[in-house]
Write a protein that binds this ligand. Structure first.
Ligand code: CIZ
Length: 325
């Protein structure tokens, strides 16, 4: 059933045509399978272009969580990383949630485990624990509120001002929220390796080379602290998509995972986008390929589940967030 089997003939071309023809064939087969399986494909902004092309919806984790909750499809094929698919599975307990590759995890999410959250709470018994959505379900089960990079400020506004906040796991998003809200926030020292690859010197050089370009920076960037005042905007991926659509600027330096440039370039072929670093790539996101998307629909693999006891607790901070924004 695979359109990939036997397609390579040694020169990189399929016997039935060029790689482009094969790619179109695969897209058609995925469209047919999607209908047959009553499936919807949700793809994160960091996924490769071919996956974004076959998706019913492309967005950030917040947008994807909302789409998962709203869909009446029987199957959600989630093209992103594991914590995102877990969130969809918890929001849609009666649907089957699939991932093209179960090993697509998140290095940032792996930087904290439940025992560490519990131990931190013991040291700050009155603290409110806020987790970035980039956490596993078992960690969310220990937390009070969940945030994304899009809604962090708004969610924090709902926590009584006198409460101190324990923020996990991203140090840089936490620093950004601390600066924005002027709250007492204790920061866990986790970071995203893809965003850590964006170095201030590279950004300085690009800004010199492209003085007209707007500089859009993701709050997960390690250089946020140094360059916070320099960035034209500090935005989530969805915030960047919306900003570019509104902005009269013709050129943009984009400081986030390079997958977002697929979406920006597709939506704005008339504008120019420079990645702040070509190395800002998430190897977990890249585990998903169009071939694995196809095989997922053929074999109905790989099912994402969350232990019901964990889900019962982990859904609480997620629901609190969704009720606020
Ligand atoms: O919330 C998300 O999807 C992530 C991980 C980044 C962003 O800003 O969209």
């Amino acid at each position: 059933m695979s359109p990939f089997n036997g397609s390579a003939n040694g020169n990189g071309h399929s016997p039935t045509g060029s790689p482009l023809v094969v790619a179109e064939m695969v897209k058609e087969k995925i469209a047919i399978l999607k209908r047959e399986r009553e499936a919807v494909i949700l793809a994160h902004n960091y996924q490769e272009g071919a996956i974004q092309d076959v998706a019913d919806f492309v967005g950030d984790s917040l947008g994807l969580a909302r789409k998962a909750k709203a869909t009446d499809a029987k199957i959600i094929l989630f093209c992103g990383v594991h914590f995102m698919a877990e969130t969809a599975a918890m929001l849609c307990p009666n649907k089957t949630v699939l991932m093209p590759d179960l090993a697509a995890g998140c290095s940032l999410a792996d930087m904290i485990i439940p025992e560490q959250v519990r131990a931190w709470r013991v040291r700050h018994p009155d603290g409110v624990v806020v987790c970035y959505i980039n956490t596993s379900a078992v960690v969310k089960a220990e937390c009070d509120y969940c945030v994304t990079s899009t809604n962090g400020v708004k969610v924090l506004e709902h926590i009584p001002a006198e409460k101190e906040i324990l923020f996990v796991p991203d140090y840089y998003l936490g620093s950004f929220l601390k600066a924005k809200t002027r709250r007492k926030i204790h920061l866990w020292k986790g970071y995203c390796p893809a965003h850590a690859a964006i170095l201030p010197e590279q950004v300085d050089r690009l800004r010199e080379e492209h003085p007209e370009a707007e500089f859009l920076m993701h709050p997960e960037c390690g250089c946020t602290t140094k360059q916070m005042d320099l960035a034209d905007q500090i935005l989530s991926t969805e915030g960047m998509v919306q900003h570019v659509a509104r902005s009269p600027a013709r050129e943009f330096i984009i400081a986030t995972e390079t997958g977002l440039l697929n979406r920006l370039r597709t939506q704005h072929p008339d504008k120019t986008f420079y990645p702040a670093s070509e190395h800002a790539t998430c190897h977990h996101m890249q585990r998903n390929t169009i071939e694995k998307v196809f095989m997922s629909l053929v074999k109905l693999q790989h099912v994402v589940t969350v232990d019901p006891q964990v889900a019962k607790q982990a859904i609480v901070p997620i629901q609190r967030m969704l009720e606020i924004v």
